[in-house]
Design a protein around this ligand. Structure first.
Ligand code: FVH
Length: 288
């Protein structure tokens, strides 16, 4: 198992990084990509460039796929479905829990084991201590192939439901998106007074990092449904201050559209009598 072989379908920015990690970890690696030519630097590292997707799938028991989206996974695997029988498919393509569950059913119908995965790293981080990957689906397949998968980054198995890895992946990406939206707005705001983004960035980074300390308390409040527990910055106060965030953006001549969606939610929570509670109570308004 320490140098067991692996097939990788998809040689985009991420696929190349995954293949490189397998190869440098000593795993004989067969690669394939829709557009030819992308395998050349990997062949120089020892990879085998398969003539087609069917040959690539047939080459090894462990088949890892990392393509743009689930539609492209279907495009590639649909025509070669017969070659999947008896193999393990690890799908590291970004998708939703529903897409993962549907794919798991389809792969099972082909007689193969399925693991869905989420990559919590950018390509240069693959194979380093900064990378971690989320997996869910066939536990036996995970246990068997864990040493190979660990070449990419720390491997976390979340459970037998294939939808769990994309659920956690998308939740983490959603948290990151909110942070990026706020950070871009802040950098644009100081820029209206000719403050260089690079000058302000260290202060912003320190502030955002410090504010993540509130996440565990929000989580406790959400789990208990007691949004007044431990509150230090109530939503009534925050809604009043948020008016200034929107007004300052408009006064300074920038669009508040990256931060504006929070405002009506805060106002609705206050209007419903929850002004004394924490911001975490906004999740009540998100639930359908
Ligand atoms: N790159 C990143 O920072 C993130 C980190 C977290 C995980 N994501 C997800 O990883 C998947 C692949 O992302 P990528 O960065 O490799 O993406 P690209 O460089 O754009 O490469 C896309 C590959 O998909 C192939 N492809 C697209 N459509 C099809 C299709 N219909 N049939 C066959 N292959 C297809 C494309 O092939 P080609 O254009 O070279 O022929 C590339 O191999 C993705 O889910 C991220 O969300 C990356």
């Amino acid at each position: 198992m320490s140098n067991s072989p692996v097939t990788l379908l998809g040689l985009g920015a991420m696929g190349k990084a995954l293949a490189t990690a397998f190869l440098t970890g000593g795993h004989p690696t067969t690669v394939w990509n829709r557009t030819p030519g992308k395998a050349e630097p990997l062949v120089a590292l020892g990879a085998t460039d398969a003539a087609g997707a069917a040959e690539a799938v047939a080459a090894n028991e462990l088949v890892v796929v990392c393509l743009l989206d689930y539609a492209s996974v279907r495009d590639v695997l649909g025509p070669v479905a017969g070659a999947l029988r008896g193999r393990t498919l690890v799908n590291l393509t970004n998708g939703t829990p529903a897409q993962a569950r549907e794919m798991a059913e389809w792969v099972a119908a082909q007689g193969a084991a399925y693991l869905d995965g989420g990559i919590m790293a950018i390509p240069p981080g693959i194979g380093t201590e900064h990378a971690f990957l989320l997996y869910s689906g066939d536990q036996g397949a995970f246990d068997t192939h864990r040493p190979v998968l660990e070449r990419l980054g720390r491997a976390h198995f979340l459970g037998r439901d294939a939808g769990l890895a994309p659920l956690f992946d998308i939740a983490l990406l959603s948290g990151m998106s909110g942070m990026i939206a706020g950070a871009l707005h802040a950098l644009a705001l100081v820029g209206t007074e000719n403050v260089a983004a690079t000058e302000f960035a260290p202060m912003l980074q320190g502030w955002i990092t410090a504010m993540t300390i509130g996440i565990p308390l929000y989580a406790e409040q959400i789990d208990s449904g007691d949004y007044a527990h431990g509150v230090v910055s109530n939503v009534g106060m925050q809604a009043a201050a948020y008016v200034n965030l929107i007004r300052a953006a408009e006064d300074q001549g920038i669009s508040p559209e990256l931060i504006a969606p929070l405002k009506p939610l805060m106002d609705r929570r206050v209007a419903a009598g929850h002004a004394h509670e924490d911001l975490s109570g906004l999740v009540e308004l998100l639930r359908k």
